[in-house]
Write a protein that binds this ligand. Structure first.
Ligand code: C2E
Ligand code: MG
Ligand code: MG
Length: 651
């Protein structure tokens, strides 16, 4: 039953199917109206020619009423139908109600014409094919529902039959239709209806197929451009659209800017509150960014990263606002929004590169708690690449002996001879050349790899000692720089003891420098490790004294053997009158706390003399030597340029 009702058009149709029918009707209307227009123009010409050939001009009024008026009405309705249908197919704005009206008028005109001509023909004993043709035209092409076809064809057939029935047939003179005509008529009506139903059902099935395809397509295209979790666009969409934009936008190109967002500490949030809460947070932040840049391209890049392609104006304020909103979402985990920005140069159109650069900029302000936005510049990328290189290659550098120990002499202010050496790392890299610790120490600390370097230096120094002693070459006690992280990441004290034993190095030949800043971080294991080192017999030096904020506290809490006064104190030595009394007081304090004082960064004789006068026992700086490889140090000692203190030589 349901199928029967469906087939006859008694079903609720989706908007897609209705639109499909409308479109099909319009397409058919174009063909049909063209046929009608051509036919009527031809009829008009033929009629006019006949009138002139047969000199019937005087009867023009009669012909106009009987033929011309019909042809002209058909022609006019055909033209109106054609214009409307073409406009609709071209996607121009058209009113549906007007369209329906035109279709009905056209149908009515065609069928009326068919009836009129066929009644005339029938009266002349001719066929009624015009009626049938016009009927089929109108019904097949303009009917969108079999029930409407039933009404139109039923009514027109009945009307036509009635007309004929009241007419005397020419050949027999008998009034009313014969039985044969009645049967023919009924069969014609049934056939017309069948054509209508078949036409309707073909179109309907095709419409449903297309609708399914369209739905699948819409779904596929939606999931191919949408990020599953957040519902905003994904990178496939972003890349395609951004590329189009970069390739076609010519006006105001300078104001185009790529933004890369990262939620700092999102990982901790995820770990603390679980994936569900993490996902929830991501969705909220994604929609915040999406809403803030509603007229721009916004996509999720990956994990907790988002990218935006927008115009530069007012961007800072918008980012500031989003950042404030993100902070409001934090619970016990501190959340911060970081944004890197990149402005494409000239006609650059590489979207991946632009995103990468914005990301570089963003990564460069990670852990800088006072910064939210950073614009990309080339040095950032170089820095980033070097950083990655260092982290990825520290093992190779150690294995291949790219790491070298340079020694810088520490000199006694009393005698001017060498009483110690500071071991300073250098990285002789095949790609980057000589890298100074100023570059790699901080990175290795950030990535918690520093202990590898420090262990390597310990062994290298112990080897150098053994080599010097075995070959009767000069050497002096060496101070090693330890990072705070060494104590956390490995058993550095145990390793030192092991190496000292392996190479048979006297403990007096090894001192440990720990920077003041390392000691300001409250960690239980540090005081214990320092105590253990002292108990083993190593001397502990406080490095870079005065460079941080809590120098004096550190002195109160720990026991040191040597205090290395930071080179900053000497920087304004010549002009700054306060430098001297400050240094004098520090040296005094060192004495009171029973420590030896050493000043770093001594570059002039004047500084050296002053330090000697105020009782600072040791000095280190370029005045005596820059850090140099052991070979060079030996050469300088051999040449007499540098002297090692006697008491050390004998040791
Ligand atoms: P630091 O321990 O304070 O080392 C002294 C730094 O001052 C050295 O820089 C040295 O070359 C420089 N210097 C010495 N005299 C002068 C001078 O007269 N004028 C000037 N302008 N500079 C002078 P370097 O070798 O670049 O080392 C920098 C820092 O890197 C060191 O500071 C130390 O904290 C760290 N470091 C070096 N090697 C290692 C290592 O093997 N392990 C660890 N953990 N840190 C190291
Ligand atoms: Mg040092
Ligand atoms: Mg220092």
């Amino acid at each position: 039953m349901k199928v029967l009702l469906q087939g006859l058009g008694f079903e609720k149709q989706s908007k897609y199917v209705r639109d499909y029918f409308y479109r099909t009707n319009m397409r058919a209307s174009i063909y049909m109206s063209i046929v009608v227009i051509v036919l009527e123009v031809w009829m008009l010409i033929r009629m006019t020619r006949t009138i002139f050939e047969k000199h019937l001009q005087s009867n023009f009024g009669h012909y106009f009423e009987k033929y011309y008026s019909n042809y002209l009405v058909l022609l006019a309705s055909g033209i109106i139908m054609l214009v409307y249908a073409v406009r609709y197919m071209k996607g121009k704005k058209t009113d549906r109600a007007v369209g329906f009206l035109i279709k009905w008028v056209f149908t009515f005109v065609c069928i009326s014409f068919g009836i009129k001509i066929s009644v005339n023909d029938y009266a002349k004993g001719e066929q009624i094919l015009t009626f049938l043709t016009m009927e089929l035209f109108s019904l097949c092409l303009l009917t969108w529902k079999p029930c409407a076809a039933f009404i139109i064809s039923g009514a027109s057939y009945l009307y036509f039959f009635n007309k004929m029935d009241n007419m005397a047939a020419v050949n027999t003179g008998q009034l009313g239709a014969t039985d044969a005509t009645r049967i023919n008529f009924f069969i014609m009506w049934i056939s017309t209806m069948m054509v209508c139903i078949a036409n309707y059902n073909n179109t309907r099935v095709q419409a449903l197929k297309d609708q399914n395809l369209e739905e699948v397509n819409t779904y596929l295209s939606k999931i191919s451009v949408e990020d599953e979790l957040t519902g905003i666009h994904n990178m496939v969409y972003f890349r395609t659209e951004a590329e189009k934009l970069l390739n076609y936008v010519t006006t105001d190109r300078d104001s185009i800017i790529f933004l890369f967002f990262d939620i700092e500490n999102f990982k901790s949030y995820n770990e603390k509150y679980g994936f569900h809460a993490g996902n929830d947070l991501l969705k909220r932040i994604a929609h915040m960014i999406y809403a803030a840049f509603s007229s721009s391209l916004v996509s999720r890049f990956s994990d907790d990263h988002f990218v935006v392609l927008t115009r530069e104006d007012g961007v800072q304020n918008v980012i500031g606002e989003i950042s404030g909103e993100v902070k409001k979402l934090q619970r016990e985990v501190h959340l911060e929004l970081k944004c890197g920005a990149y402005k494409p140069v000239g006609d650059e159109a590489d979207v991946s590169l632009a995103c990468d650069r914005a990301r570089f900029a963003c990564n460069s302000i990670k852990k800088h708690y006072d910064r939210t936005i950073q614009l990309y510049d080339k040095s950032l990328e170089d820095k980033f690449r070097l950083k990655q290189y260092i982290v990825n290659n520290i093992d190779t550098a150690i294995e291949n002996d790219y790491i070298k120990v340079y020694y810088q002499p520490i000199v006694s202010t009393k005698t001017g001879c060498i009483c110690g050496l500071e071991a300073l790392a250098r990285w002789q890299d095949p790609n980057y050349g000589l890298l100074s610790p100023g570059i790699f120490i901080e990175i290795l600390e950030e990535y918690r790899q520093i202990y590898k370097l420090d262990k390597y230096i310990i062994e290298a120094v112990c080897k150098d000692y053994r080599d010097s002693v075995d070959n009767n070459k000069p050497f002096a006690p060496v101070s090693l720089n330890f990072s705070r992280l060494d104590f956390e990441l490995c058993d550095i004290v145990g390793y030192l003891c092991e190496m000292v034993e392996k190479y048979d190095v006297p403990k007096e030949f090894i001192d440990i420098e720990i920077t003041e800043s390392a000691l300001t971080v409250q960690q239980d294991f540090l005081p214990n490790a320092i105590k253990a080192l002292r108990n083993y017999g190593y001397k502990i030096w406080l490095d870079d004294f005065g460079s941080g904020y809590s120098s004096l506290n550190v002195l109160k809490d720990y026991q040191f053997d040597v205090l290395k006064i930071d080179m900053k104190f000497l920087s304004g030595f010549k002009d700054n009158k306060k430098t001297r009394p400050i240094l004098e007081n520090i040296v005094d304090l060192t004495k009171q706390l029973k420590m030896v004082s050493l000043t770093e960064g001594v570059e002039t004789m004047e500084q050296f003399d002053f330090l000697g006068n105020i009782g600072c026992e040791r000095a280190q700086g370029y005045l005596f030597s820059k850090p140099v490889p052991l070979e060079e140090l030996r050469k300088r000692i051999d040449s007499g340029e540098l002297n090692v203190c006697k008491e050390i030589k004998s040791a």
